[in-house]
Design a protein around this ligand. Structure first.
Ligand code: SF4
Length: 365
């Protein structure tokens, strides 16, 4: 794929098309998908901490230390016990998502010190290492912005990692969405994604749409990810996440993107990224979820038979069977995948211990 194939203007035009052109665009996106299989990963979601240095205008996950009392940090015995329970349901992915750089907050830092860890990355490393040793699941971590050194360390114990780009334009740092979120500086996020590429870490990323960005800025963000993928080839999946308004958040009165806007973005993403899976989280879009596969989406992401989606706690995951039924009704089949995509299961991208673990797994369970 040659980046010069698409200009920002081309993408802008596609994102602003109307009438029958929308149907043609959706068919264009759908035609880029290989076959008619929609993948998903059976996971358990482990929110290591809800403390976060950022305060995004759309967040319902983050909590202040005072709200959490004794639950600042999930501790290893609870983590391993929950993961062990998930084994019984056939889960294969232990998803560690949590507030970014929570160790910048004194209470978390003090607790980590007491537990013998210098920072959250060291704690995460330990948790992932124990998960690999004591359970049958593969870690996939989303720690937010990370240094190259931290990524290098975490690669040893992760089958893949992830972090949303959100949007590549720094203008968003002045808006309700990100004005209190230093970690949403696109420069820092692009650097993290690029460093993961240099280190050959299979990576999941994505954009958040409807947070006040213009169509040009949405186009720029997709092109920026394309530029990175052309250079490093480590992006396995791009999430198109739509802003949802929720009571009590700073952006409560901000309009949500329309269904057509989401559909057009999904189709354009698949056209620009025929080599990468495009995911739309089904729990955010229960009623419209089938439409996204008709526009080119080919992955449902992590679907958990047991854990709540803590980032969007008000949106329950559709049961796996229900999702399967919706997928089949739309003319597709659903297939389980690992947190690392097949093209990255090799020694170029994964450490020996992770490869051995995958070899030992019963993938039909
Ligand atoms: S969306 Fe993520 S980064 Fe932003 S405040 Fe919430 S937990 Fe932190």
């Amino acid at each position: 794929m040659n980046l010069s194939q698409f200009s920002k203007r081309d993408i802008f035009k596609l994102l602003s098309c109307k009438g029958d052109d929308i149907l043609n665009l959706m068919m264009g996106g759908s035609s880029k998908r290989e076959g008619s299989v929609i993948t998903f990963s059976k996971n358990i979601f482990i929110p290591l901490t809800e403390v976060c240095r950022n305060t995004c205008g759309y967040c319902t996950f983050r909590k202040d230390p005072e709200q959490l009392g004794n639950h600042l940090l999930m501790q290893l015995p609870e983590i391993i016990s929950n993961i062990k329970k998930s084994e019984k349901y056939g889960c294969k992915e232990a998803l560690f998502t949590f507030g970014e750089r929570s160790d910048e907050i004194k209470d978390v830092k003090n607790l980590l010190d007491r537990l013998g860890f210098g920072n959250m990355s060291e704690y995460l490393y330990h948790v992932c290492e124990e998960t690999l040793k004591k359970t049958g699941l593969l870690p996939h971590s989303n720690p937010g912005v990370m240094s190259r050194k931290e990524l290098k360390m975490l690669k040893e114990v992760n089958s893949s990692m992830g972090m949303m780009l959100e949007n590549s334009n720094p203008r968003l740092m002045e808006t309700e969405a990100h004005k209190k979120s230093p970690g949403k500086n696109p420069w820092l996020r692009i650097q993290t994604i690029e460093n993961a590429g240099k280190l050959k870490i299979p990576f999941t990323t994505g954009i958040l749409i409807g947070i006040g960005e213009t169509l040009e800025e949405r186009a720029e963000s997709l092109l920026e990810l394309r530029r990175i993928q052309n250079k490093y080839g480590h992006i396995q999946e791009i999430i198109i996440q739509n802003f949802r308004s929720k009571p009590g958040i700073p952006m409560e009165n901000h309009p949500e993107p329309s269904l057509l806007e989401i559909l057009k973005t999904v189709a354009v993403a698949k056209i620009i990224f025929p080599d990468v899976s495009i995911q739309v989280p089904p729990n955010l879009n229960r009623e419209t979820t089938q439409m996204f596969i008709l526009a080119g989406a080919d992955d449902w992401g992590g679907v958990s038979p047991i854990s709540k989606d803590y980032v969007n706690p008000e949106a329950p995951w559709p049961e796996i069977d229900e999702l399967k039924q919706l997928t089949v009704e739309a003319g597709f089949s659903m297939k389980e995948r690992l947190p690392v995509y097949p093209q990255f299961i090799n020694s170029e991208f994964l450490n020996e211990n992770i490869l051995k673990k995958i070899e030992s797994m019963d993938l039909n369970k």
